[in-house]
Design a protein around this ligand. Structure first.
Ligand code: PEP
Length: 257
């Protein structure tokens, strides 16, 4: 039997300078230390901007805080003449565990192609990071192709170059639900999560399909998180806006309460 540890991930996007980041992580860790028995084995990850990673890493190491670090993006390259880019190797040195790849704000705001997302997924793996592959359909895609077609195509492209046996996380984030306050229903999330797991059986193997964590993202709040996590194929949540508020995020982490 494969157990998929629940994962709650907070994507801060382009918010909080390094002092604000320190303050938020300190408050969050105090809140979560008190609540440890209420969220059990749930893994909690924060994805600060690059400029905050070093400060947050130092804080986590000094206090032995039970939070893990993620990066919001990475370069497909290891090093060299890529002005403004940050490599997976640099992130791994800062004890970063996860790297988001293919977030809709990168696909749409920076015209990132499926090929580039695939290259970044491979780069994350090669650097020893776990890629958190974001997939999701726009409102137009939904009307035209239904919910699952685009996420499945994006996933296939993202893992095409990834070696067999590599670990990754999939975050299903309907683009129309991100930052809109209009979350998918738990049933909609489950339908696509189940389709993703079934596709992983073909794209990889039964073991990978059973072990891979699939998150839902898109206007998750403390009010709706439990209903998503109750779905058999939803193993966690990728949280944007609500991850910037300590009380709200710590309530989301304690979704079982
Ligand atoms: C996100 O940034 O991945 C996200 C889901 O944002 P929000 O929770 O604000 O919709």
């Amino acid at each position: 039997l494969t157990t998929r540890t629940p994962l709650i991930a907070g994507n801060w996007k382009m918010n909080l300078d390094h002092l604000q980041a320190i303050a938020l992580v300190q408050k969050l860790s105090w809140a979560l230390k008190d609540a440890r028995h209420d969220y059990g084995d749930t893994e909690v990850a924060v994805f600060p901007p690059f400029t905050d990673l070093r400060s947050v890493q130092t804080l986590l190491a000094a206090d032995k805080l039970a939070l893990v670090l993620g990066a919001q993006d990475l370069s497909p390259h290891e090093s060299g003449a890529y002005t403004g880019d940050v490599s997976g190797q640099m992130l791994a040195k800062l004890d970063v565990t996860y790297a988001l790849v293919g977030h809709s704000e990168r696909r749409h705001g920076h015209s990132e192609s499926d090929e580039l997302v695939g290259a970044k997924t491979l780069a994350a793996h090669r650097a020893g990071l776990v890629p958190m592959i974001c997939v999701g359909e726009t409102a137009e895609d939904l009307a035209e192709h239904g919910a699952a077609a685009i996420p499945l195509a994006q996933l296939a492209a993202a893992i095409a170059q990834l070696p067999q046996g590599a670990t990754f996380v999939v975050a299903y984030e309907p683009v129309w639900a991100i930052g809109s306050g209009q979350a998918a229903t738990p049933e909609q999330a489950e339908d696509v999560a189940r389709a993703i797991r079934e596709a992983l059986r073909d794209l990889r193997d039964d073991e990978t399909a059973a072990a891979t964590r699939i998150l839902y993202g898109g206007s998750v709040t403390s009010q709706n998180v439990a209903a998503f996590l109750k779905q058999p194929n939803v193993d966690g949540a990728l949280v944007g806006g609500a991850s910037l508020k300590t009380d709200e995020f710590s309530r989301i982490v304690q979704f079982r309460k």
